[in-house]
Ligand binder design. Structure first.
Ligand SMILES: [Zn+2]
Length: 679
C-alpha cells in the first residue's frame, strides 16, 4: 500500500482532454502543443461513458487506449476519470426512472449531468461494472498517475434526491442511527410538536415541498438536518464504492475527486477521508465579476483544510466561462496571477480547464487555453510562461506548504441548520460569515487554515468560529482548553444555540459556550426586517461600525469586558461584542454580523496585542507563504490590480523569478508576481 508521496506533491501542470470531442487527426497537434507548454498530465474519460460502453455490456476501450498511448509518446501521463457523472441514453431507455426526483416531487429529465439517483440499483450496478472494467484494465498501467472519481458530485443542486428509493434508504439509515428504536427518533426530533410522533421508521417521509406550502418547507428541523446528513453520506458512499473497486485492482492508486468552491451540500470533511488528495475547481471570475482584487483565499484554505495537506486544482480558469451568459474575459496576465495564488495557497498540481473551447454542448462558451479554432493565441502564450516559471520554482518549492497560526472553523451541521432557518434576511450563512473572517485575515496578510470543529486546534494561536450554531459539549470543552492554554477564540453570532439533533439547548445562549464567552444572550433582535433601521455599534475607541441582520443583546458576566455597544433600537448602549479573559487566553463573542472592514477594526487591537494583526494590504495585493520542512519561507507577493504598486517586503531575500535581491520594498507591475525566498 501507499503511493509515492513525492509523486503526489510534485508541482505539475495539466489540462483535461476530451479526446471523444475532437477528430483523431487533431490529437497529435494537441499533444505537441501541450508538451511544449510544460503540460505533463491530461485528465481523460471524465464524460466518456458512451465511448467506453456504447451499448449495454459492450465495452470498447480502443479510443481511450489510443489516446493514452499517443499522449504517453509525448511524455504526458493520464489522470483517468470514472465517467459516472453523465450517463448514455441507452441506460436511460433501460431505466426510465433513473433520474432524481426534485424536492417538489417532479422527476428530472434526461440531458444534464449528476442527475441520476445514486440509490437507483440499475444506475449503481452499471457504474460499478464500468469502474471494475476500467480498474482491471488500467489499475497497473504506469501511464495512469491518478484516478478522478466522478465529477463535481452534487453540482447543480443534485446532492439531495427525493425519490421513493431514497426515501426507503433514508428510513433504513434512520433505523441504524436510532438503533432501531423509533422512540429515540421521536425524542431526538421532538415529534410531540404538531402531533408528529411516529410508530415506525416506515412512516417517515423525505422532506418534500408540496405545492400548497408555497415553497416553504416547514418540516421538523431534526428531520431536515438528518436528511441533509443522509444525502451527504449517500454521495460519499457512492464515491467510496468506486474508490474501493479501484484500490482493489490497484493498491497504490492515487484517488481524487474534483470538489467545488462554495458548495456545501456534501460534508467535504467526510468525503475527503475517501481520497488520497483533495482536488477542486477554481473559477475566480464568478466571485470577482470583473473586480480588480484578490479572489477570496477562503476556498483555498477550506480545500487544503479537508485533509490538512496540499491540494490539486483540477479545474483552474483558463479564460472566461459561462453556459448562457459569459463572465468577463480575464485580461492577459490574470490567468497567471490566479495560478500563483493557487500555488501560494498550497496547490501542487494545477489543471487548466479546458484545453480547447468546445464546438458542441452547453459549454460552447466556457473558454479554454485554445480558442474554438484551435490556433494558439494569447492564453497559450501565458500558459507557456506559467510552465517555464513553474519549472524554475519546482526544486525550491519541493515539500513546502502554507503554515498558518490562525484557523477558521467550518461546521457543516451549523451551516445546514442556518440554511434551513436563517433567522435573518441576509448575511447569516456560515459560508458568508467564514468568508468575511477570511477576508479580514487575508486583507492583513495573515495566513490561515480552515478546519472542522473536531480537528486539533492546539497548534494555532487564533481560532475564528464564524458560527458554531450547533455546538456539542465536547467541542465547547475542547475550545475551553484551547483558550485556557493561551489561545484567542473569536465566536460569531447565534453560536451554541442548538445541539447535534438540531434541537435548541435548554441553557441560556450561547449554551455550552457561555462560560468561555463570559456572557449570555439576553435577547436577539432581527432588525433587518425593521423598516429604515440602520444599526451601528460603538467601539471603545469611539468609532462606530455598521452591523447587519441580527443583534444579540449580550449580558457580560463579572470580569467580561464590553468591547462594543449597540447604537440603536431599545437596546442602545447594551453590549454587542464582549471580551473574556479565560485562563491564559481570551474569547471574543460577536453578537452581530459585521462587514470585513468593521470586523477588522474590532479585532485589530486584540490581534495586534498577540502579534497576529499583520498589516493592512491594498485590496489588489495578496501576500501568502509556503514554508519548507526546514523552516525556509517562500513568500508570494501578488498584484491582482492593473496599477503598478510598491509594497514593503516582510523580510529580505532572493526573488526567484528575476534573481533580484529584495531588501526593502518590492515593485509589482500590473498583475505582477514576486516569489521571495526569505533569508
Ligand atoms: Zn433517489
Amino acid at each position: 500500500m501507499g503511493h509515492n508521496e513525492s509523486e503526489l506533491s510534485k508541482l505539475r501542470l495539466a489540462v483535461p482532454y476530451y479526446f471523444e470531442q475532437w477528430p483523431r487527426k487533431r490529437w497529435e497537434t494537441d499533444a505537441k502543443l501541450m508538451a511544449e507548454a510544460g503540460i505533463t498530465l491530461v485528465r481523460m474519460a471524465e464524460f466518456a461513458w458512451s465511448v467506453l460502453e456504447p451499448s449495454r455490456g459492450k465495452y470498447d476501450f480502443s479510443r481511450l487506449d489510443e489516446a493514452m498511448r499517443l499522449f504517453a509518446s509525448h511524455n504526458i501521463a493520464t489522470i483517468l476519470c470514472t465517467p459516472s457523472a453523465a450517463y448514455p441514453p441507452w441506460l436511460h431507455a433501460k431505466h426510465p426512472d433513473i433520474h432524481q426526483v426534485r424536492s417538489n416531487g417532479l422527476l428530472k429529465e434526461y440531458g444534464m449531468r449528476q442527475d441520476a439517483c445514486k440509490n437507483h440499483p440499475g444506475y449503481r450496478r452499471a457504474v460499478m461494472k464500468l469502474v471494475r472494467m476500467m480498474a482491471t484494465r488500467y489499475g497497473r498501467d504506469e501511464r495512469v498517475k491518478a484516478w478522478q472519481i466522478d465529477n463535481e458530485l452534487g453540482c447543480h443542486g443534485t446532492a439531495r434526491c427525493f425519490c421513493p428509493r431514497c426515501e426507503s434508504a433514508f428510513r433504513a439509515w434512520l433505523a441504524g442511527r436510532f438503533e432501531h428504536n423509533i422512540n429515540r427518533l421521536n425524542s431526538a426530533w421532538g415529534t410531540a410538536f404538531w402531533s408528529q410522533e411516529y410508530r415506525a421508521f416506515q412512516e417517515v417521509s423525505v422532506p418534500r415541498e408540496p405545492a400548497d406550502r408555497m415553497g416553504k418547507q416547514g418540516q421538523n428541523p431534526g428531520l431536515l438536518l438528518d436528511f441533509a446528513r443522509f444525502s451527504s453520506e449517500t454521495n460519499i458512499r457512492f464515491l467510496a464504492e468506486q474508490a474501493s473497486i479501484i484500490r482493489k485492482a490497484s493498491p497504490r492508486a492515487v484517488i481524487t475527486h474534483n470538489l467545488m468552491k462554495g458548495h456545501f451540500d456534501i460534508d467535504y470533511f467526510c468525503l475527503a477521508q475517501e481520497l488520497d488528495v483533495v482536488s477542486w475547481d477554481n473559477y475566480p471570475f464568478f466571485e470577482l465579476q470583473g473586480e480588480e482584487r484578490a479572489p477570496s483565499a477562503f476556498p483555498h484554505a477550506f480545500m487544503r483544510g479537508l485533509k490538512q495537506r496540499n491540494v490539486w486544482v483540477m479545474e483552474q480558469a483558463a479564460g472566461p466561462g459561462g453556459w448562457d451568459y459569459m463572465q468577463p474575459t480575464p485580461e492577459p496576465g490574470r490567468m497567471r496571477v490566479w495560478y500563483f495564488q493557487a500555488l501560494a495557497r498550497g496547490a501542487d498540481l494545477v489543471c487548466f480547464f479546458r484545453w480547447r473551447t468546445a464546438r458542441f454542448g452547453i459549454e460552447q462558451y466556457w473558454h479554454g487555453i485554445l480558442p474554438h479554432s484551435g490556433i494558439p493565441g494569447s492564453r497559450y502564450g501565458e500558459l507557456r510562461q506559467i510552465g517555464t516559471e513553474m519549472r524554475a520554482l519546482a526544486a525550491e518549492l519541493k515539500e513546502t506548504t502554507p503554515e498558518a497560526r490562525a484557523a477558521i472553523l467550518f461546521d457543516h451541521d451549523s451551516h445546514w441548520s442556518l440554511e434551513f432557518q436563517p433567522q435573518a434576511k441576509e448575511a447569516l450563512g456560515v459560508p458568508s460569515l467564514a468568508g468575511c473572517a477570511a477576508q479580514v485575515l487575508s486583507g492583513r496578510g495573515v495566513d490561515f487554515d480552515c478546519i472542522a470543529p473536531n480537528a486539533d486546534v492546539s497548534r494555532y494561536a487564533l481560532v475564528m468560529a464564524p458560527s458554531l450554531h450547533i455546538c456539542s459539549r465536547e467541542v465547547a470543552q475542547k475550545l475551553e482548553r484551547f483558550v485556557a492554554d493561551g489561545g484567542l477564540l473569536v465566536l460569531g453570532p447565534l453560536s451554541g444555540m442548538k445541539d447535534s439533533k438540531n434541537a435548541v439547548v435548554e441553557e441560556p445562549f450561547p449554551g455550552f459556550l457561555s462560560r468561555l464567552a463570559g456572557c449570555t444572550v439576553e435577547e436577539a433582535d432581527v432588525f433587518s426586517f425593521v423598516p429604515g433601521c440602520t444599526m451601528r455599534v460603538k467601539l471603545l475607541t469611539g468609532a462606530a461600525v455598521p452591523a447587519q441582520a441580527v443583534a444579540e443583546i449580550l449580558a457580560p458576566l463579572t470580569g467580561t469586558l464590553a468591547l462594543a455597544t449597540y447604537c440603536g433600537r431599545y437596546y442602545s448602549g447594551k453590549a454587542a461584542v464582549t471580551l473574556n479573559h479565560f485562563g491564559k487566553g481570551a474569547c471574543l463573542y460577536l453578537g452581530t454580523v459585521f462587514d470585513a472592514a468593521g470586523l477588522s477594526e474590532i479585532l485589530l487591537s486584540v490581534l495586534s496585542d498577540r502579534g497576529l494583526g499583520g498589516r493592512a494590504l491594498p485590496a489588489a495585493v495578496e501576500v501568502a507563504a509556503r514554508t519548507s520542512p526546514s523552516g525556509t519561507s517562500f513568500r508570494f507577493y501578488l498584484n491582482h490590480g492593473s496599477q503598478t504598486l510598491r509594497i514593503d517586503a516582510l523580510a529580505p531575500g532572493l526573488e526567484l523569478l528575476t534573481g533580484r535581491n529584495i531588501t526593502g520594498a518590492i515593485t509589482l507591475d500590473a498583475l505582477g508576481v514576486a516569489v521571495v525566498k526569505e533569508r
